[in-house]
Design a protein around this ligand. Structure first.
Ligand code: G1P
Length: 293
């Protein structure tokens, strides 16, 4: 069983400046929920209950989000707005949240290695919160956990991207076992245009077996001078097994303005309007004694 989920969340979010100058990019709201909350929901739906968050300087609002806010809760208690906290309260109660600080930004591989103490000798998921994934059926992590239970090896989620986009991703190649499943034999981090081994790009969902930590420790800085998880995974693939899974669902690159806007429109139309027409209070209605904000 996979119980741990790691969220690398120490990055600067430079593509979203100035919004991310003092606010973590993981706290950018898509409609009314921060990005990281969508990731945590997906992990909890997949049966995980240990959230391990790799943070950095200026990221304390992440910790506050997954904690009680007594003053606020006291203030809205008994009013129509109280139910707006139902979902986040349930996430807080359903999992433990532990944090570790990444002091230097040395790449995604380094961020994942920083989380080693929180993960221990367990298989674990990794969620890059700025890739927001939605699915009509099971969440992407649930789909990957089902595969892990079959193959017991590391799995990366992939999607087909146009050739002109491959330079933005880790790109895999391998033997196709099924329509949606590959056994990886090559992986390149952000290949130069025209040199990608395929058009299958890794997106921000991984299941990793704990020996990945040793591979990362033995991985030299690669693309951009950073320690890349893609390079460590290639070693793991060469010595054992790594699968690439074409997930069912839709993924939005919320690290880009375009992807973020698309995600916002999609979530507003498909999630927020549906849910809130039934269960949420209309907050412009007169409420019971709530102080003005
Ligand atoms: C990271 C990984 C890359 C992966 C991507 C998915 O890159 O290094 O292999 O394809 O996430 O979002 P980043 O987007 O952090 O530059």
């Amino acid at each position: 069983m996979i119980k741990h989920c790691l969220f690398p969340a120490a990055g600067y979010g430079t593509r979203f400046l100035p919004a991310t100058k003092s606010m973590p990019k993981e706290m950018m709201p898509v409609v009314n929920k921060p990005l990281i909350e969508y990731g945590v929901e997906e992990a909890i739906q997949a049966g995980m209950n240990h959230m391990a968050i790799v943070t950095g300087r200026g990221k304390h609002t992440l910790m506050d989000h997954f904690d009680k806010n007594y003053e606020l809760e006291h203030q809205i208690s008994g009013t129509a707005k109280d139910s707006l906290l139902t979902d986040i309260r349930s996430l807080i109660d359903s999992a433990s949240y532990t944090y570790i600080r990444q002091r230097e930004m040395k790449g995604l591989g380094h961020a994942i290695l920083t989380g080693k103490e929180l993960i221990g000798d367990n298989p674990f998921a990794v969620v890059l919160a700025d890739d927001l994934c939605v699915s009509q059926e099971q969440g992407v992590l649930s789909q990957m956990v089902a595969l892990y239970n079959k193959f017991r090896c590391s799995i990366v989620a992939v999607e087909e991207v146009p050739e002109s986009e491959t330079h933005k991703y880790g790109v895999i190649a391998g033997e196709q076992l099924k329509d949606d499943l590959y056994r990886v034999d090559n992986m390149v981090e952000k290949p130069e245009p025209g040199s990608a081994p395929s058009n299958l790009a890794i997106i921000g969902r991984y299941i990793l077996t704990p020996d990945i930590f040793e591979h990362i420790e033995n991985t030299e800085p690669g693309k951009g001078g950073e320690i890349q998880i893609t390079d460590a995974l290639l070693k793991q693939a060469q010595q054992g097994c790594v699968m690439a899974y074409k997930f069912k669902g839709k993924r939005f690159d919320c690290g880009s303005v375009e992807g973020y806007m698309e995600a916002t429109n999609y979530c507003y139309q498909n999630l927020y309007l549906n849910q809130n027409s039934k269960s949420q209070p209309k907050i412009d209605q007169p409420n019971k004694g709530l102080s003005p904000v």
